[in-house]
Design a protein around this ligand. Structure first.
Ligand code: DX5
Ligand code: ZN
Length: 218
């Protein structure tokens, strides 16, 4: 799914129209505290919600997600992902998100291991493995995250249920197959999509590459 971080913030509607075949839109919320960058907040998400029926996937790179995340679910986000490094009570927060009819997502920075959170997996609908340090688009993919994707896939198989394993950061035609082979099934791409001459064709191409790599690995 395309990340709007690399879209034109003055023309979000036309950016969303430019990715017509995408089934979801990834929205990055940053607060100058959890990450050294600032993007958009709830009012802009509400405006995006009003102009698209696509699945809205919120990635909150913010401090105090326990305080702020539930409002995004209340205002129509389909999926809300918080960083576990910033959460005070991730179980309670995941339950609050689900109670507001959103998928509950937990994100891990590159140096954060999955193992301490194994017992939380049944509370979640999405695990996001960051493949760059969060904060900026256009950074190079960190291959060191691939073993964590593999270990997380194995843990999810044991947990069962419908939990998406998402990758975000440096995902492109060069790297998406590695992510799929490692076990990811949800792929966020910002600069790869919006710097392409035809963003919608790039969405289709990335999806085809991921599907084929997953099928080969199965
Ligand atoms: C970065 C954001 C990403 C960002 C990815 O912290 O979470 O969603 O848009 O951008 P690319 O795909 O350019 O690495
Ligand atoms: Zn993101």
């Amino acid at each position: 799914m395309p990340s709007l971080l690399s879209a034109d913030f003055a023309n979000l509607q036309s950016s969303i129209e430019a990715i017509a075949s995408a089934d979801a839109v990834h929205v990055d919320v940053m607060d100058y505290h959890f990450v050294p960058n600032l993007t958009i907040g709830l009012p802009v998400m509400e405006s995006i919600r009003a102009i698209t029926d696509k699945l809205l996937d919120l990635h909150l790179m913010i401090a105090e997600p326990d305080r702020w995340a539930p409002s995004y679910a209340e205002q129509g986000a389909d999926s809300v992902t918080f960083h576990v490094e910033a959460a005070d009570a991730p179980v309670r927060l995941a339950r609050e998100l689900r109670a507001r009819d959103a998928r509950a997502g937990m994100a891990l920075k590159p140096a954060t291991p999955i193992e301490p959170y194994v017992d939380l997996l049944p509370e979640l609908d999405l695990v996001l493995i960051m493949t760059v340090e969060p904060g900026f688009g256009g950074q190079p993919f960190l291959d060191l995250c691939l073993p964590k994707i593999e270990r997380t896939r194995a843990l999810l198989e044991r947990t069962g249920g419908d939990i998406w394993l998402q990758v975000d950061g440096g995902v492109s035609a060069e790297t998406i197959e590695r992510c799929a082979v490692a076990g990811a099934d949800s792929f966020v791409a910002g600069s790869a999509v919006f710097s392409a001459a035809d963003p919608d064709a790039m969405v289709a191409e990335l999806r085809r590459m991921a599907d084929e790599a997953s099928a080969r690995a199965a």
